[in-house]
Design a protein around this ligand. Structure first.
Ligand code: 4NP
Length: 156
């Protein structure tokens, strides 16, 4: 059975498309890309249909991550059923997802990305949208670090 992971942020144009690309890069580097289904979405549909934020794309490509996903909102009717893990970038995303959970099983699929950090001590992936370059670099640093922890969690 493939392992199915959905990354969630607010707009699905900065953090979660990056999480999708970074985690995909991580498992592909291990030669395990075909063992996973990896996707991302937003708790809002504000940017639905749009590609990732150009600034986020620029920072990501410097580390060889190509952000290809198109923004979409979380689908209350199917996303909890279609994924094993639903991984939020911050507490606000997590709260919005909890409110959409239909039952205990849905709730059991919810995680916070920074819970998988191995060397950073952040309790969320900060929203880079209104800030400068450092914010985008921090997003990538946190995602690369947490991808390793998330991968290990999925091996259990
Ligand atoms: P993301 O960043 O949730 O990481 O995609 C944001 C994107 C857009 C907005 C906020 C955060 N916005 O306010 O439009």
């Amino acid at each position: 059975m493939k392992k199915k992971v959905l990354f969630v942020c607010l707009g699905n144009i900065c953090r979660s498309p990056s999480a999708e690309a970074v985690f995909r890069g991580f498992v592909e580097a291990k030669g395990e890309g075909s063992d996973f289904i990896i996707d991302s979405c937003g708790t809002s549909g504000w940017h639905a249909g749009e590609p990732a934020d150009g600034r986020m794309q620029q920072h990501a490509i410097k580390r060889n991550y190509k952000l290809t996903s198109i923004s979409r909102p979380f689908d209350e009717a199917s996303d909890f059923d279609n994924f094993d893990m639903v991984v939020a970038m911050d507490q606000s995303n997590l709260s919005a997802l909890k409110a959409m959970a239909r039952n205990e099983q849905d709730l059991s699929k919810l995680f916070l990305m920074t819970d998988f950090s191995t060397s950073f001590d952040y309790d969320h992936v900060p929203d880079p949208y209104y800030g400068g370059s450092k914010g985008f670099e921090l997003v990538l640093d946190l995602l690369e670090d947490a991808s390793e922890g998330l991968y290990k969690e999925l091996q259990k």
